[in-house]
Design a binder for this molecule. Structure first.
Ligand SMILES: [Zn+2]
Length: 324
């Protein structure tokens, strides 16, 4: 009897440990540990020019540029947004190549680097920027030592491709719901968590753009990672739908293929919200075990944990869009 009790205790403890460490286990199984081979260059259409053999540049308008990395396996897109006195570089890719000369060729304005979130494929890793601004969120701010923030494995995940979590020197904190003045151009900081709990998007209401990072893009949306949360994803969709105009052009950080930058519309966000609601109520079934794939639309899927592990709470329900 004693032996059975002991064996049950060990099994339950092991199951609890595996459940609590599941992200680490999954990552260890999937991680390559080094950067992937570059993809062959593809035709990118007339609106796109190759900066060199790695970066492409697409002019969205004379003040707004998509800087793509179509040969990187995750096909990242970063955005250079110009005002009259400063510029924002929203994301910097994995840092396989240095994006700074590409941005500097496009503007003489001082450039502030703003990561959409802290994952290794957005933060630029070994690249250091003169000026860095990040989302002002309690769990990030309280960890910062003065201006320095050491990223954690859970929020960086760089071990997947052999990157150490970097130390960021932060110059500016961006509060969700406030706007960033670039001079004759304002960007609203929207809190769009779900993929991670530190994700933000930038909304330019006047120009009609939403730069969405990994909150939304065509393809599989990752909602099963260490800092992912399904309830956060619902909040993000609401935050965007509350403030964005129906004609907004949405530019995400990854694409499924050429040509050029990934572009979506607000109806894609509506589709996402509908799918999330249906997953929550059990009306939408997924396929597979871990992650589970839920079909959102012909162009989007949500990769989530199995329903018994899904967390439908929100980390910061109070961070709406400033209009709640
Ligand atoms: Zn990403």
């Amino acid at each position: 009897m004693k032996n059975i009790l002991w064996a049950s205790f060990v099994l339950v403890s092991l199951a609890a440990l595996l459940t609590s460490q599941r992200h680490w286990v999954v990552f260890s199984l999937l991680a390559e540990g080094s950067p992937p081979e570059l993809l062959a260059p593809m035709g990118e259409g007339e609106n796109v020019r190759w900066h060199d053999d790695y970066f492409i540049v697409q002019i969205l308008d004379p003040q707004t540029f998509a800087i793509g990395e179509p040969r990187y396996q995750q096909e990242n897109f970063n955005y250079l947004i110009l005002g009259s006195n400063r510029a924002i570089l929203f994301d910097a890719g994995p840092g396989l190549r240095d994006i700074r000369p590409v941005a500097k060729e496009l503007t003489d304005l001082p450039i502030t680097f703003v990561p959409s979130h802290f994952h290794y494929d957005h933060i630029g890793n070994e690249i250091t920027f003169d000026h860095v601004a990040v989302a002002d969120l309690p769990h990030i701010r309280e960890r910062a030592q003065g201006d320095e923030l050491q990223l954690k494995w859970r929020e960086h995940l760089g071990s997947a491709e052999g990157y150490d979590a970097p130390l960021l020197e932060i110059d500016e904190w961006l509060s969700p719901g406030t706007s960033l003045d670039l001079g004759e151009r304002k960007l609203t900081i929207l809190y769009t968590p779900g993929h991670t709990d530190d994700s933000i998007s930038l909304l330019d209401s006047d120009a009609g753009y939403l730069f969405s990072g990994d909150f939304i893009y065509p393809g599989p949306l990752y909602a099963f990672l260490p800092n992912s949360r399904m309830g956060d994803y619902q909040q993000a969709a609401k935050n965007v739908l509350d403030v964005a105009d129906s004609s907004v052009r949405i530019f995400g950080a990854h694409r499924m293929g050429p040509p050029g930058a990934p572009e979506q519309t607000l109806s894609d966000v509506s589709d996402l919200r509908r799918a999330l609601n249906a997953i929550k109520t059990g009306e939408l079934d997924g396929e597979g075990f871990y992650p589970v794939t839920y079909i959102v639309s012909p162009t989007m899927q949500i990769l989530a944990e199995p329903s018994w592990l899904q967390d439908w709470g929100a980390r910061y329900p109070e961070f709406g869009n400033g209009q709640n």
